[in-house]
Write a protein that binds this ligand. Sequence first.
Ligand code: GLN
Ligand code: ZN
Length: 769
Amino acid sequence: MTSTSAAAAARATVHGYPRQGPNRELKKAIEGYWQGGVGADALRATAAELRRDTWRQLVGAGVHEVPTGDFSYYDHVLDTSVMVGAVPARHRDAVAADPLDGYFAMARGTQDVAPLEMTKWFDTNYHYLVPELGPDTVFAADSAQQVGELAEALALGAAARPVLVGPVTYLLLAKPAPGVAAGFDPLTLLDRLLPVYAEVLADLRAAGADWVQLDEPALVQDRSPAVLNAAARAYRDLGTLPDRPRLLVASYFDRLGEALPVLAKAPVEGLALDFTGAAAGNLGDLAAVGGLPGKRLVAGVVDGRNVWINDHEKSLATLGTLLGLADRVDVASSCSLLHVPLDAAAERDIDPQIARWLAFARQKTAEIVTLARGLAQGTGAIAAELVANRADLASRAGSALTHDPAVRARAAAVTDADGRRSQPYAERAAAQRAHLGLPLLPTTTIGSFPQTAELRTARADLRAGRIDAAGYEERIAAEIREVLAFQEKAGIDVLVHGEPERNDMVQYFAERLTGYLATRHGWVQSYGTRYVRPPVLAGDVSRPEPMTVRWTTYAQSLTDRPVKGMLTGPVTMLAWSFVRDDQPRAETARQVALALRDEVDDLEAAGSSVIQVDEPALRETLPLRTAARAAYLAWATEAFRLTTAGVRPDTQIHTHMCYAEFGDILAAIDDLDADVISLEAARSHMQAAAELATAGYPREVGPGVYDIHSPRVPGVAEATALLRKGLDAIPAERLWVNPDCGLKTRGWPEVRAALQNLVAAAHEVRASV
Ligand code: GLN
Ligand code: ZN
């Protein structure tokens, strides 16, 4: 095919769409079902109606081929486990008794049976349920959901393409089932799994599928030759099936790299590649392998993970190059639109000037359709859209929100010295010891205390105007008094104010920093029926006034013990927001860091001797490809140091992270140069402390001795044993005693008991060292 006919055939499509509906109808129906107020049939009807509305809307917008099977009651990886019959033994009875209830039991657990483990979907904020596999796993095809949804879409007259998690990615995302040796490699099950996929493909073909998409995002990570061979084998097998639909193998989130030649050579009819962000290198890589002669290329040129309008001219240039590299080029989002909110037009409170720069799923779909039309009919056919796009991009680039000269000048003037404490750690530690006078094994908490129903009511009352600001503040002050009184009585050494004024650790600061926007309806799925509304980091960041000083000093005024100031770090402020795409993240992080640095300095000036800067997201935004990690960690740790390095040597900087696995960022943790780090360690029996010690970590460490993800209260003996284990790794002069994470999701009775036990354990161990 010549490139002109490749252009003429260009079509618009997306890989997937938000599931929740315009008013989170799906969440409400599912939660209603769990509570018993909504019957199974009503739930199914709501779900079917939402799917239908989505397809109608996509077709109406000009999308030529809609996705099916991307919908889910909870998670599409869990759906894949159902499709291949990989139901854990402990859930089989429930699934046999009632498939829907059994499905939710796998997702959420029941009183007696644990759910599947949940973890992050690549480097997004979506979580999937981890398949549990073992040498005894027997797969069996169950294509009912996929076939049913395809039939629904075809009945509407839509051209539809079922989307499945590919077999290689499915196995790479799995872990050994409980009781199976940790060394078991799920990929060894590939030969058993492929016939099941073959059966599903045949069923979909019989149901009328022309194309089927198999998602293989796991291949964008560094993979061994063995994995690449497995991928080659999988697609050779599936590609040579006698009666099958045409196959589109999709990747997203990064470059395919070494997997690109493997998939390009496979006997499948098409590839979908991401050409945005970290994946932009796919363009050069594709040319280098000689393109995809005779194949369909679905070009992900519209970013499916940010909330910004596309740069059409840039996309058209990419598409122009791609035309010479494939038989047919279609236009798509880089990945499923699941990761963005539904409709920017619903945001009535955002300044219309700024709202023009936003593109959520609905707007991105329109952009894709425009680009496909431009490709098929020539740019003359989209002249008006191009003019508008250019004007919107220009208004964004020239806006005072995105370009604050004072912020830029300050960021440009940053020197290496600004990110270095004035004294090395050993000298600081001595100064802090003298200044703080803490006992051995000091006790503290991670920041939040229970977010009680009364606090939530107070916030709702304030929003609804039932109480005024003064009334709200009095409730916050009363809570702080209670939190302080409890901690003093319990004998905790370094106190916190409890964060009662914070709705969320990122949102609270986003609401107080210039450059951030809040949305009203910008919900995205985090997991299951949990949706979050991340703030939008739209412009240059500055801090008009102190954000935490008032409540921190109030708390300090109530006690003679040190009260820890509590901030969210710059990396986490980016990771849990939608970040601007018109400058490198490193620059945005530096701006946030400088704003937070002012807060740190103000806290110190107001009398704080201990300040904690939380960075729970440091590990999560690690790039998928190892080659990109050093650069990320360099700017991320620099941003943290810039936030914290302005304080006196005798002011103690804490940081906190809350995941058990950080073995691959130990050097970066050292690079933060924080005086004290607290981390999750209770479940892993102090593994964090051991790993840090082995790496020669020289500073103070608070490995958690209270697992706050469980309602269980650890007894004194249990906490004591954990502390002694911690002492095997960290000397007593450098060991802190604290829970794994903040206490906001727990209730007061358990928190009271657990913290009293934790203090008792610290006393017991102190007496013996
Ligand atoms: N300071 C925060 C809290 O205690 C930390 C939360 C977190 O690490 N996710 O709630
Ligand atoms: Zn935490």
